[in-house]
Design a protein around this ligand. Structure first.
Ligand code: ADP
Ligand code: GN1
Ligand code: MG
Length: 366
C-alpha cells in the first residue's frame, strides 16, 4: 500500500509537511492529522482512509457530503456565522477530484482541521453534553430546507432495526462461524424477546406519520467539535452517514453514547446506566433548536427511540461478534461481545426509566 506521505502529496494542501499522525477513536475509518507550515503559519488537515467494506459507493458518499456542506455554508453565511469553522471544508485533490483512489481500491479524502477545536469521548459535565444537543439540533434545523430525496442512501437500512434483526442478526446467529453463540445465550434471548418492538418507527415512517428528513445517523459526542478554549460547540463532523432518515435516531444515538454513565465498551456492567440529568440536558439543547422542526409523533417517540437504538447497537455489536469481528475495529478478542453486553444493559436500564424519560421530554416541550 502507498505510504501516507504519497497520499498527502495528492491533495491540494498549502505549505510544507511537518508531521502526520494517526488520530481519533472512530470504529470505521482511519484518520490522520497532517500539519503543514506555510511561511511560518501552521495549517492542519484531516486525511481519512474511508472504509470500503462499510461504504460501498464512495462516489455517492462524497456527492452527499459535498452537497450537504455546500448547502450548510450558505445557511451559515445567511445567519452571519463563519462557514469555515461551522461546517467541514473538504479539500479536493490536485486533479480536482473529491477523493483520491489509491492502491488496492483504498480511498482517501481530506478536509481542513477545525482550528482550536477538540472532540470528547465523554462529557464531564451535563452542560457540555447539552451543548452537543444544541449542535445536533441546529444541524437538523439548518438542513430543514434541504430536500432529503436529493441524497444518496449510502448504507441502506442503516437504522432499520427490524431489518437488521432479520437480515443480519438471525443469519449471523444461524451461521455462527466462530462457534461463539454458546458464549452469549442470555444476550441472544434478550434481543429475540424484543423483536416485536423493533419495527415500530419504520412502521410510523411507512404510514407517513414520521417524515424522512436529512439526518446525520451517527451522532456520537465525538462527532462534534468544541472550541478548545470556551467549550462551545463549533461544528458537526463525520458526515459519511448523512442520508434521508428518521430524525429521532439522531436524538437517540447521541443519548445512547453520551448519556450513559460508562463508556460504550465498559466491561463492568454495574457502571452502565442512563444518566437522567444528562438525558434532560441533551433534550433541552436539541429541542431548543430542532423542536419546531419535529412533529408531534416524532416528539412522542424520542424516549422510545433512545432505547430502540441502544438495543440496535447491542444487536449490531453482537452480530459482528458472531460473524468473527468483520465490521467494527476491535482492540481485543471479546471486544464486540463486551460492547454488546454493555449496550443491552443500557437498553434494559432505559426500559426501567421509560416513564421518567417521557416526563422529561414532556417538560422540555412546554
Ligand atoms: P470516524 O468515522 O472514524 O469516527 P471522524 O470523521 O469522526 O472519523 O474523525 C475521527 C476524529 O478525528 C474525530 O472524533 C475528531 O476528533 C477528529 N476530526 C475529524 N475531523 C476533524 C476536523 N475537521 N477538525 C478537527 N478534528 C477532526
Ligand atoms: C461507528 O465511525 P464511528 O465510530 O463514528 C458506526 C456507528 C455506530 C458507532 C458505535 C458507519 O461510528 O453506526 O453507532 O460506530 N458507524 C458506521 O460507536 O457503522
Ligand atoms: Mg466519528
Amino acid at each position: 500500500m502507498e505510504n501516507i506521505k504519497t497520499i498527502l502529496g495528492k491533495f491540494d494542501f498549502k505549505g510544507d509537511l511537518v508531521s502526520c499522525k494517526e488520530f481519533g477513536s472512530g470504529h470505521i475509518n482511519k484518520t490522520y492529522i497532517a500539519k503543514y507550515d506555510e511561511n511560518g503559519t501552521e495549517q492542519c488537515y484531516v486525511v481519512q482512509r474511508v472504509n470500503g467494506n462499510v461504504f460501498k459507493n464512495i462516489d455517492e458518499l462524497m456527492e452527499n457530503v459535498f452537497a450537504v456542506t455546500s448547502y450548510l455554508r450558505e445557511v451559515i453565511k445567511q445567519n452571519g456565522g463563519d462557514p469555515d469553522r461551522e461546517t467541514l471544508h473538504y479539500i479536493k485533490t490536485k486533479d480536482g477530484a473529491k477523493y483520491y483512489r489509491g492502491d488496492g481500491n483504498s480511498c482517501y479524502r481530506a478536509y481542513v482541521f477545525v482550528k482550536d477545536s477538540i472532540s470528547y469521548d465523554f462529557a464531564d459535565t451535563e452542560e457540555l453534553f447539552g451543548a452537543s444537543g444544541i449542535a445536533f439540533g441546529k444541524f437538523q434545523r439548518m438542513l430543514g430546507g434541504f430536500d432529503s430525496g436529493k441524497l444518496y442512501v449510502t448504507i441502506p437500512n442503516f437504522h432499520n432495526t427490524i431489518w437488521r434483526y432479520e437480515n443480519e442478526f438471525l443469519p449471523a446467529l444461524q451461521l455462527d462461524v466462530k462457534n461463539r453463540a454458546k458464549n452469549c445465550e442470555a444476550e441472544i434471548e434478550f434481543i429475540n424477546s424484543r423483536k416485536n418492538e423493533m419495527g415500530k418507527l419504520e412502521a410510523l415512517a411507512a404510514s407517513g406519520e414520521i417524515p424522512l428528513r436529512v439526518t446525520h445517523n451517527d451522532t456520537k459526542l465525538n462527532n462534534v467539535m468544541f472550541d478548545k478554549n470556551t467549550n462551545e460547540c463549533v461544528c458537526v463532523i463525520d458526515l459519511d452517514t448523512v442520508m434521508p432518515g428518521i430524525a429521532l435516531f439522531d436524538f437517540a444515538d447521541a443519548i445512547r453514547f453520551g448519556a450513559s454513565t460508562a463508556a460504550e465498551d465498559e466491561a463492568d456492567l454495574s457502571k452502565v446506566s442512563l444518566n437522567l440529568d444528562y438525558f434532560e440536558a441533551y433534550a433541552k439543547g436539541f429541542l431548543s433548536e430542532a423542536g419546531d422542526t419535529l412533529n408531534e409523533c416524532e416528539k412522542a417517540n424520542l424516549a422510545f427511540a433512545s432505547k430502540l437504538i441502544t438495543l440496535e447497537l447491542g444487536m449490531r455489536f453482537l452480530t459482528d461478534y458472531l460473524s468473527g469481528d468483520v465490521y467494527f475495529k476491535t482492540d481485543y478478542k471479546e471486544h464486540n461481545l463486551v460492547r454488546a453486553k454493555n449496550q443491552l444493559a443500557l437498553a434494559k436500564d432505559m426500559e426501567s426509566k421509560m416513564s421518567e424519560m417521557n416526563s422529561i421530554i414532556l417538560n422540555c416541550r412546554q
